[in-house]
Design a protein around this ligand. Structure first.
Ligand SMILES: NC(=O)c1ccc[n+]([C@@H]2O[C@H](COP(=O)([O-])OP(=O)(O)OC[C@H]3O[C@@H](n4cnc5c(N)ncnc54)[C@H](O)[C@@H]3O)[C@@H](O)[C@H]2O)c1
Length: 367
């Protein structure tokens, strides 16, 4: 296991996409476990999905920040990472030591109808973060000690070899979203080499959990089933996904944040890029039909759906969608070796927690 070389205590930590699903959970963890940190949370709070969920997450963070005993503080900045002036200003005002870039336009299918949103947030926005990291070292300043950023399992495209390893070739994206995430890894590599920015890219695998993203299958299926609508199961159910519970993702990010790639000078007298990539996935893919079965059982157990729900009549098996891939399966050996950690929440436990949250959030008044 790698030694901790970035102590987060008392550091200024910038988290972008902090009103998002993963970002808000990460900020919660930082506020409650890191001592005396300044957690700067930035998000544009866009309306890609129901803004009330983002407001709920931000509200939770604000409440939490008032009661934490760690001495860590929470500052929220509403803004767009594609706004270069704003990002330059945030970096020069707050001087973050650790940056976690989670802000992005997510989703595979939306990139077919809204390509511009991906170029703006994932390419221009990420470039602004890289440029700000680069200039954080100006005038001999210590600057950014570690840039951690979200990539995605979608970079593996329709690779046949499983489990997906970070050593595999990933030059065949099948969606614009995947192409932008792979581009992030390439841009980060170039900037790590040119400006010696320690950077780690994280390829997340289908993250789910309470207060998650309504555009993802477990959440949208629940919304539809409740209304008595059909759910579409793509590729006739012959898909496998490595579902990863959000707490495991957060634990992985936090461990990675504390272990930045070491700087070193190569034979050419120039920096060897302090650059790493990891998969964070459950390393245990589930068949889509089994996943919907477990989801249904947990929704019934939590009282979201009635005991006698006619589930079979709402299940429609349909062909594969453009941009989708038949299987995702993470090889997590590098994460285990370097971070001493591997996600371990079972799909049933994770969906149970989601179902309980869903009941609380949407069905409170019915209790
Ligand atoms: N959830 C998953 O299954 C998954 C899988 C692989 C990768 N990822 C990546 O992880 C990151 C976080 O994903 P998430 O599931 O929390 O998504 P999310 O959509 O819930 O969170 C992203 C947040 O970023 C904000 N945002 C978007 N564009 C922005 C911009 N230009 N400036 C500032 N804020 C902006 C959004 O308002 C949102 O709150 C993303 O980069 C995503 O691509 C997620």
């Amino acid at each position: 296991m790698l030694q901790i070389n970035v102590n987060l205590d008392t550091k200024t930590i910038l988290v972008t996409g902090a009103a998002g699903f993963i970002g808000a959970n990460l900020c919660k963890e930082l506020l409650t476990t890191v001592k005396g940190a300044k957690v700067i949370c930035l998000d544009s709070v866009n309306d890609y999905y129901d803004v009330s969920i983002k407001e709920y997450r931000l509200n939770e963070l604000e409440q939490l920040s008032r009661s934490v005993t760690t001495g860590s503080t929470f500052t929220f900045i509403k803004g767009n990472i594609a706004d270069k002036e704003l990002i330059t200003d945030v970096f020069s005002t707050h001087k973050p030591a650790v940056v976690v870039n989670l802000a992005a336009q997510a989703g595979v299918r939306y990139s077919i109808t809204n390509p511009d949103a991906y170029i703006e947030s994932n390419i221009l926005g990420f470039m602004n973060i890289l440029e700000a990291c680069r200039h954080s070292y100006d005038d001999g300043n210590t600057g950014v000690e570690h840039l951690v950023y979200a990539s995605s399992s979608s970079v593996y495209g329709s690779n046949k070899k499983v489990p997906y390893s970070t050593d595999d070739k990933v030059d065949n994206p099948v969606s614009l979203y995947a192409a932008t995430k792979k581009s992030n890894e390439l841009l980060a590599h170039a900037y790590s080499k040119l400006y010696n920015i320690p950077s780690t890219g994280l390829r997340f695998f289908t993250v789910y959990g309470p207060a998650g993203r309504p555009d993802m299958a477990y959440f949208s299926f629940t919304n539809r089933l409740i209304k008595g609508q059909d759910i579409q199961i793509f590729n006739y159910g012959n898909c496998k996904r490595d579902f990863t519970y959000v707490d495991d993702i957060v634990e992985g990010i936090k461990r990675v944040m504390q272990r930045s790639p070491e700087k070193a000078i190569g034979e050419d007298g120039l920096p060897i890029p302090p650059y790493r990539i990891y998969n964070i996935g459950n390393n245990s893919p589930e068949n889509l039909l089994d996943f919907v079965d477990i989801l249904q059982q947990e929704l019934i157990r939590a009282g979201v759906l009635p005991e006698d729900y006619d589930f079979e009549s709402h299940k429609k098996l349909v062909p594969m969608q453009p941009g989708d891939v038949p299987v995702t399966y993470a090889d997590t050996s590098a994460l285990e070796r370097d971070m001493g950690f591997k996600p371990n929440t079972s799909l049933r436990d994770g969906l149970w927690k989601f179902a309980q949250w869903y009941r609380e959030f949407y069905m409170k008044e019915e209790k």
